[in-house]
Design a protein around this ligand. Structure first.
Ligand SMILES: Nc1ncnc2c1ncn2[C@@H]1O[C@H](COP(=O)(O)OP(=O)(O)O)[C@@H](O)[C@H]1O
Ligand SMILES: [Mg+2]
Length: 248
């Protein structure tokens, strides 16, 4: 039975390994990401979480193993292929262009043109306005370069872009790491709404309260391996914290 062929799985990693020189960042990792659900990966610093999502977003090639996307088998993905498969990622550093305004960032790399060559600012701004309204994101200074926005607002722009440019799977690497309480709450609600909007979600987080609030299934990583996976109904915040601190 091939893992990736399971009806309700959007993506699977099967026996994925990746080394950097002598460091085994990932060692025979198996993970299934269920369609229209929120899956979380938790684990101590250096356990391999970011490496795993870079493989899923096509920015790193695994040394061995298989990747299944929508039932199709790949040895590795490229950023272009990941995009074609509707996978988008909100990285820890957000990868925003601080000199561009909100719509400049939402359409970054996928700008709309008119007559085939003139940038259609009006249409990009209109669509951005509709998108933010849809997502209930409030940014008062819409045309300001995003470098001037608050951490939470910048995070919202990065998430809005991932939703806009992705179709199927949205991956978050520590989505609320640098946020205040109010911003964290708004971001959590936005992430939680994504399955209803037709998305599958993979989230990496240090915040166990956030993980339990959001995720349907939680994978626990330690030294490059998945040591367990639990359904959220079977575990408490204390259990989770203990599982992770025992690992190091
Ligand atoms: N580009 C790289 N070159 C060398 N070592 C790396 C590289 N990326 C990650 N590592 C190492 O691989 C391990 C896993 O890193 P990472 O996936 O970033 O962990 P996490 O995101 O869980 O903190 C760590 O030991 C890290 O130092
Ligand atoms: Mg990381």
């Amino acid at each position: 039975m091939i893992k990736g062929k399971i009806e309700n799985t959007f993506a699977s990693l099967e026996n994925i390994s990746k080394s950097f020189g002598k460091i085994n960042a990932l060692n025979n990792v198996n993970i299934d990401i269920e369609k229209n659900k929120i899956t979380a990966i938790v684990g101590d610093n250096g356990s391999g979480k970011s490496t795993l999502i870079k493989i899923l977003s096509g920015s790193l090639k695994p040394d061995s193993g298989n990747i299944y996307i929508d039932g199709e088998n790949y040895k590795y993905l490229t950023p272009k292929l990941a995009h074609e498969k509707g996978i988008s990622t909100v990285y820890q550093d957000l990868s925003l262009d601080n000199y561009r305004d909100v719509s400049g960032n939402i359409f970054l790399g996928r700008e709309l043109t008119k007559y085939g060559f003139i940038l259609d600012y009006e249409r990009m701004e209109d669509e951005t306005e509709t998108l933010l309204k849809d997502l209930d994101i409030h940014i008062p200074y819409f045309k300001t370069p995003v470098g001037y926005l608050s951490g939470g607002q910048r995070q919202s722009v990065a998430i809005a872009r991932a939703i806009f440019q992705g179709k199927n799977l949205i991956i978050f690497d520590e989505p609320t790491a640098a946020m205040g309480v109010k911003e964290t709450k708004a971001t959590n609600e936005l992430i939680k709404s994504l399955p209803d909007r037709g998305f599958t979600v993979l989230v990496i987080s240090h915040d166990m309260h956030q993980v339990l609030h959001l995720a349907d299934r939680i994978f626990i990583m330690e030294h490059g391996e998945i040591i367990d996976n639990v359904s959220k109904t079977n575990i408490t915040v204390m259990d989770l914290m203990e599982r992770i601190s025992n690992g190091s």
